[in-house]
Design a protein around this ligand. Structure first.
Ligand SMILES: Cc1ncc(COP(=O)(O)O)c(C=O)c1O
Length: 394
């Protein structure tokens, strides 16, 4: 069992600034917005962060998640690369979000917070609702109208764990820049009226990204037990949790040990956050509430099909920093390419993957075709709740 998370910000420059003064944010100012324990984690530059002992049994109940070689999928692609699948679908909520939800809900409880509010396109809300329920913190999830239409089951899954779910519609004449900030703004406005409540964003920030590092730390140990080390790591990228969670230790190995692993971010063509994002000061909200982060941002999404959690207009600062240094590459796919990739994966491995994971699978196919005899690793989120995306397969 992994006992320490890896904090990639150890290698990165200062990224967080006060949204009002524009100056580097202090622990005291940040602690007014997010609970002090999360603020401390957010500003930490330590390479390793101890996992609180009280959480060991929680993570142990579903970790380490399995890793398996997808031989049938390799055969379907016609590649001599070895493809390893890290199965975050084994988490209690069928995706990687639970890793962050447990730490966040635990620290909020420890800091005496009664209510956590958040935005969600579905998956994150379920994870937070479950973790809030476990640690006795009320959760209120704000879900945009479009995600609710596309993922109608998610609301009742959140409610099953005791969360309150508020569906967010644009205000009259409001131009929606992106669905995540629409819900984030609604959640923040609501939170300000509550007593002892905090708004927690479901990606991008260190408190969310750091616990995801457990995925890559396990992959490294699991592959090492097979005498392997990855050549290529692929993650789908919305806010960056999945991508950095899978690749953090391998990025650290590149920097510390001059390893040559290729890290690939699979992004949606309608949200080209790495390909077209510009460096600047951004926040997920439009209310000058959350800290500004020096990272890549885009003004809004391009027209196209629904992309769920991949529609973030800002990305975790380490993604921007390492992309800027040439250590993270990008593969971009249309929703059809992602869907076709997910279907091919289903037909060969008989596993449904989340809509967002389809983009990572498309990248696996591309990388397996342009490389020879490489070890490729991807982390999948899967579950029967995701089969609604696969048309005739559902
Ligand atoms: C299954 C899955 N993968 C990937 C993502 C993208 O978000 P992030 O980059 O923060 O992991 C999401 C977000 O909702 C998701 O649900």
């Amino acid at each position: 069992m992994i006992k320490k998370f890896l904090n990639l910000k150890h290698y990165c420059p200062v990224d967080l600034h006060d949204p009002v003064s524009g100056k580097e944010i202090t622990l005291d100012t940040l602690s007014e917005v997010i609970p002090p324990s999360l603020a401390k984690l957010e500003l930490s530059r330590d390479k390793y962060i101890e996992i609180p002992e009280e959480l060991w049994p929680v993570y142990e109940s579903y970790r380490p998640t399995s890793i398996f070689r997808a031989k049938k999928f390799e055969h379907a692609i016609g590649t001599d690369c070895e493809i390893y699948i890290k199965d975050e679908g084994e988490s209690p909520t069928k995706n990687h979000k639970a890793n962050s939800a447990f730490l966040i809900a635990y620290l909020c409880k420890k800091d005496g917070i009664d209510t956590i509010t958040t935005e969600t396109t579905g998956n994150w809300g379920i994870a937070l609702a479950m973790a809030g329920n476990k640690f006795g913190v009320k959760t209120i999830c704000f879900m945009d109208y479009e995600s609710h239409r596309k993922r109608p089951d998610r609301k009742s899954l959140m409610e099953k764990f005791g969360a309150e779910v508020i569906i967010v519609n644009p205000k009259k004449d409001e131009k929606v820049k992106d669905l995540l900030s629409l819900s984030a703004d609604a959640a923040i406005e609501y939170t300000k009226k509550l007593k002892n409540a905090r708004y927690i964003f479901g990606s991008v920030y260190g408190y969310f990204i750091i616990p995801q590092s457990i995925i890559g730390l396990e992959i490294k140990e699991q592959l090492s037990a097979m005498g392997q080390y990855p050549d290529i790591i692929i993650g789908s990228c919305g806010g960056g949790a999945n991508l950095l969670g899978t690749s953090a230790i391998f990025l650290a190995d590149i920097l510390d040990d001059k390893r040559k692993t290729k890290i690939v971010s699979a992004e949606a063509a309608t949200c080209p956050i790495l390909s077209e994002g510009r460096i600047g000061m951004f926040s997920i909200d439009n209310l000058k509430y959350y800290p500004l982060m020096k990272t890549y941002g885009i003004d809004g999404l391009k027209k196209g099909n629904y992309i769920g959690g991949l529609g973030s207009t800002i990305v975790a600062s380490p993604v921007a920093y390492f992309h800027g240094r040439g250590l993270i590459e990008v593969d971009q796919f249309s929703s059809n390419e992602a869907k076709n990739a997910a279907e091919l994966f289903f037909k060969s491995e008989e596993r449904f993957v989340a809509l967002e994971t389809g983009y990572a699978i498309a990248s696996v196919i591309k990388q397996a075709r342009i490389n020879n005899k490489k070890i490729i690793v991807v982390n999948i989120s899967s579950g029967d709740t995701d089969k609604q995306f696969y048309g005739e397969l559902s």
